[in-house]
Design a protein around this ligand. Structure first.
Ligand SMILES: [Fe+2]
Ligand SMILES: [Fe+2]
Length: 217
């Protein structure tokens, strides 16, 4: 028994190995999120951005796991670095120490306008386009009678975007600029992210009272 348990705990890969990056991705990323984020709503935000990023990767020809992990980790340090002079810049070395790739770390830095890291790659532009929008779609879901993403449509999102008192923390210009930077029509992008989040509504806590068979109109 002793020998078997030692074998189970023996590390198989070193952090410098590209194989290590590939195998650790989603599971390790989620454990990093759970280690650093206690807030249920912030964890749900991480999952929502991951969901939109995975869908965007499938749509735009990106690597789904890489884009998904980037979305999952993008705000991992917000609770330990809750100010704009720290987040996400001070989180970046932590991710490096955990073996997160330079591509993902750079994208995470670029989601903050003030980081000085410009968005260059398609994945970086997608992250910016999905981040605030995913948060906003969650907020719109919460004010629907059934508190579900299935009740959200483009028109209701557009209407709430004009309502300055609603979800004040979400920067409308980031939503608009994000779609523009990605080169997609804003309404189509909103609709796309609604669809992505509907498909993962259960995990995002946005399924409401709607049953499986009633999800799509
Ligand atoms: Fe952030
Ligand atoms: Fe975010």
């Amino acid at each position: 028994m002793e020998a078997r348990s030692q074998l189970r705990h023996r590390p198989t890969f070193q952090p410098t190995s590209s194989v290590y990056y590939k195998l650790m991705d989603r599971e390790t990323a989620w454990s990093i999120v759970c280690e650093h984020i206690q807030s249920e709503s912030l964890r749900k935000h991480a999952l929502a951005v991951e969901t939109c990023m995975r869908a965007a990767a499938r749509n735009l020809g990106g690597d789904e796991d890489t884009w998904g992990v980037t979305g999952l980790l993008h705000d991992f340090d917000w609770e330990i670095h809750p100010t704009l002079d720290e987040h996400p810049m001070k989180g970046e070395p932590i991710l490096e120490a955990r073996g997160v790739s330079a591509e993902i770390r750079r994208a995470i830095l670029s989601h903050a306008e003030y980081s000085g890291v410009p968005r260059v790659s398609l994945m970086e532009r997608a992250l910016f386009a999905c981040d605030e929008l995913a948060g906003f779609l969650t907020a719109v879901s919460y004010v629907k009678p059934g508190r579900s993403i299935h009740e959200v449509d483009v028109a209701s999102v557009r209407k709430k975007m004009k309502d300055k008192a609603f979800a004040r923390a979400v920067k409308r210009e980031d939503i608009v600029n994000g779609a523009a930077e990605l080169g997609v029509d804003l309404d189509r992008h909103i609709d796309f992210c609604i669809g992505a989040m509907r498909a993962n509504a259960e995990a995002l806590g946005l399924a409401g009272m709607v049953t499986q068979g009633e999800k799509r109109e």
